[in-house]
Design a protein around this ligand. Structure first.
Ligand SMILES: Nc1ncnc2c1ncn2[C@@H]1O[C@H](COP(=O)(O)OP(=O)(O)O)[C@@H](O)[C@H]1O
Ligand SMILES: [Mg+2]
Length: 436
């Protein structure tokens, strides 16, 4: 198998959209590399560039160490499976799988090859059916079979599971990853779904607006995010992102959260950040409820606002008086709907359709003035209200995991211990400030 790489790959479309911005990544031979990011971040464009379906503006694509910029899509010998994996409706499964072999000089052993591939994907029993008589998952397998029938050097999979329902998606993601590994094919797999990325990938490359944010094994992008965007994008429930400021004293380092303080062991690493506004990021698993009397070290206190009971545990939303970081700073793109807004509008929903109603509610309106923030600590840090979100101080701003069955009730006060090893700081540009 072969390594697939991009070298400062850039694509600017004719309308000026910079879809891919100097992206350098390498998937080692046999590696399963996942490209992860919100809609519009350039994932599909990267795949199309690698496949040769799109021409780069600058930079290079390398297959097996060779620059292939001049090679046609057909000569690159990579197989691409798209989200809508269109099968030919009038051809049987066997004919669909064998279709790529008809075109070339592969014909003689075509039948044997189709049988072999069908076995690999567990669709042998379906070979005589038409696509219309298959389930979504079965069609997906057939599309994969068709993609590998010509023994590609690499697999390019563009959100291949996103049209399936949740249960099937979970089954198939294990299958797809296992298949790619069994075949040993180098794979670039595109998804906006962090769970897919985390469970399937050898390494994950996180993209935002065409720019590579971080590339590393799943545990690394989760546990040691390089940017605020990565910390915010990966993690369920969503990472707590709070406004704070750093104050250095002779003996201690303090993070002022406006309504509460967190004290850190003195560290020179933060010396140059004295007085800086920062985002304090804590995943739910960095916070542990403790009885107030036994709380040691840094804690946050709050009032239970909402309890989401998931059965084995609950997500408890605490009202701490701390301000979340404004959306424009965490730079999270809009949630993925799986459909482009333009497509939705193009379908011209009739009046009375829920989407129309939602749109009418989205009409611009006068935005209330943000309330002046008040600082309650001795350090006097003033958080910024996010006027986009609301004119009120937000409630239920910190999410904590609580194991069942001892769940707190709404209105109760709660003390949570902060695991400093899992606390992350980001500067105003969204870059990580390391504590050690
Ligand atoms: N043919 C095109 N012409 C102009 N802009 C495009 C074209 N294809 C994609 N784009 C834009 O490039 C950006 C990246 O698109 P895409 O690679 O499809 O993102 P993703 O697959 O991550 O959702 C988007 O802003 C998209 O609107
Ligand atoms: Mg896409």
């Amino acid at each position: 198998m072969v390594a697939i790489a991009t070298d400062r790959l850039t694509k600017v479309f004719s309308d000026g959209t910079v879809a891919v911005d100097e992206v350098t990544i390498e998937a080692a031979s046999g590696e399963f590399l996942v490209l992860l990011g919100p809609t519009g971040c350039g994932k599909s464009t990267i795949l199309r560039l690698v496949a040769g379906l799109e021409e780069e503006t600058s930079g290079h694509v390398l297959i097996d160490g060779q620059v292939v910029d001049r090679l046609s899509a057909k000569d690159r010998r990579v197989a691409m499976v798209f989200q809508d994996y269109a099968l030919y409706p009038h051809l049987t499964v066997a004919q669909n799988i064998g279709f790529p072999l008809r075109a070339g000089h592969h014909a003689p052993d075509a039948e044997a090859r189709v049988t072999e591939v069908a076995e690999h994907l567990g669709v042998t029993d379906l070979l005589h059916r038409l696509p219309g008589h298959l389930s979504g998952g079965q069609r997906q397998r057939v599309a994969m079979a068709r993609a590998i029938v010509r023994k590609p050097q690499a697999f390019l999979l563009d959100e291949p599971l996103s049209n399936l329902d949740a249960g099937l998606r979970a089954d198939l993601r294990t299958d797809v990853a296992a298949l790619a590994r069994r075949l040993g094919v180098t794979t670039l797999y595109v998804t906006h779904d962090q769970t897919e990325a985390m469970t399937m990938a050898d390494r994950v490359a996180v993209l935002r607006r065409g720019v590579l944010q971080q590339i590393g094994p799943p545990a690394e992008v989760y546990g040691d995010p390089a940017t605020l965007f990565v910390a915010a994008f990966i993690g369920t429930p969503r990472t707590n992102l709070l406004q704070g400021a750093i104050y250095m004293e002779a003996e201690r380092t303090v993070i002022d959260l406006g309504s509460q303080l967190l004290e850190l062991p003195h560290t020179e690493a933060l010396a140059s950040h004295h007085n800086d506004r920062v985002t304090v990021a804590m995943r739910a698993d960095a916070l542990r409820p403790v009885p107030d009397e036994s709380a040691r070290g840094p804690v946050l206190r709050g009032e239970v606002r909402l309890v989401e009971n998931l059965g084995h545990e609950a997500l408890v939303h605490l009202d701490t008086g701390i301000m979340p970081t404004p959306i424009e700073e965490s730079r999270l793109e809009h949630p993925d709907t799986g459909q482009h807004l333009a497509d939705v509008i193009a379908e011209d929903p009739p009046a009375g359709h829920p989407f129309r109603q939602a749109l009418s509610r989205m009409m611009p309106h006068a935005r209330p003035e943000a309330q002046p923030a008040t600082a309650r600590t001795e350090y006097g840090f003033y958080p910024v209200y996010d006027a986009e979100l609301s004119d009120q101080p937000p409630l239920g701003d910190v999410v904590v995991r609580v194991p069942a069955p001892v769940l707190p009730r709404r209105g109760e006060s709660m003390t949570v211990q902060v695991d400093l090893d899992k606390l992350m700081l980001f500067d105003r540009g969204g870059h990580r400030i390391r504590l050690a």
